[in-house]
Write a protein that binds this ligand. Sequence first.
Ligand code: KG4
Ligand code: ZN
Length: 382
Amino acid sequence: MASNSGIILGIESSCDETAAAVVRAGEQVLSNVVFSQIAIHQPYGGVVPELASREHLRAIVPVVRRALVDAGQSYQSIDAVAVTQGPGLAGALLVGISYAKALAFALDKPLIAVNHLEGHIHAVLLEERQHGNHLVNFPVIALVVSGGHTHLYLAEQRQETWSYRNVGRTRDDAAGEAFDKVAKLLGLGYPGGPIIDKLSKFGNPAAVKFASPQLKHPDRNDKSTEENGARFDFSYSGIKTAVLRYVETHNLQAEIETRRNHMGRINKPTIEDHRSACPQNILDLIASFQRTIVEDLIRKTLQACRNYNAATLFVTGGVAANNELRSRFELEARKEGIQVFFPSRSLSTDNAAMIAAAAYPKLITEDFATMDFSAEPGLILK
Ligand code: KG4
Ligand code: ZN
């Protein structure tokens, strides 16, 4: 191994967060700095890739410097530099990768390329180790549910090496994307997930009956069903269309436009601002939408757990911060005798501590990247 202490500087820039963190031995977070670009993308109702790259360029040097200072480390005292290779926005990824390469080269330290989705999975492992729990009961199913992904993996570990088999994914929109699009559609702002999460508790989740998300036809391009057994795919573009249809048939457009303009004039709206701008029928619609998504995620994930006889379930990624999702998963998984783990909310959404944690097994096995590796926006986890 390259070092006895395993202090890794992680860098993450795959989407709209510029993040750097220092983690010791994959289990002790020494610092975790996240610079969010939300305020920059908010007026556009979603992430604008060109703006994201520009903001990463502005933020990367101070964010890394802050992570080192907070950790009480120097550039020289770290053992390796880890960076997100993909999946994500090409231009955004390149900022982190170029900077990580330059640092590793100048400092003569190993460079480690990390898959962002593996990072989300290791956020769970990192925190369990931090709490003194080093024992993972296999088989492990991991649900990575975020703005860009809704993926189910069967995760395996052989000595220090982790491998993953995809056993489910969304055929269209990711669950977080559905939260964001529905919030935008209802004039609530961006990102939609946290707003819908907080507003849902004021609405009646049984008020609007949405059909549970259905897959229209088997994925003909996907040969993995025959090769690797059952699949548990998701689909969330239909529910977004169902919300749109509800808005049209109930003539809610004018009311939504008024809210959109009103919210646009408030700098950093609080949840009270949102709530007072929503009549009860909108709160009911929001709660019903969230309930439908949560139930579908739980039903398919638990089907996969039963199929693979999972002892442990990890639920991670931005949507794993959702309160209803967490409490319902805890309840339903317990009924089935499956242990369920989530990262804390701050490590559910994008951060660099998870990248440094996922890099630790690669530091031990000296699985280093060469200087010519590049961003892979569609990188697959395996
Ligand atoms: O993991 P993440 O930070 O970035 C990606 O890799 O995509 O996830 C961001 C996504 C966004 O779609 C956001 O709306 C959603 O996670 N999200 C939530 C919550 N917090 C963030 N969705 C539902 N409930 C939340 N509390
Ligand atoms: Zn993510």
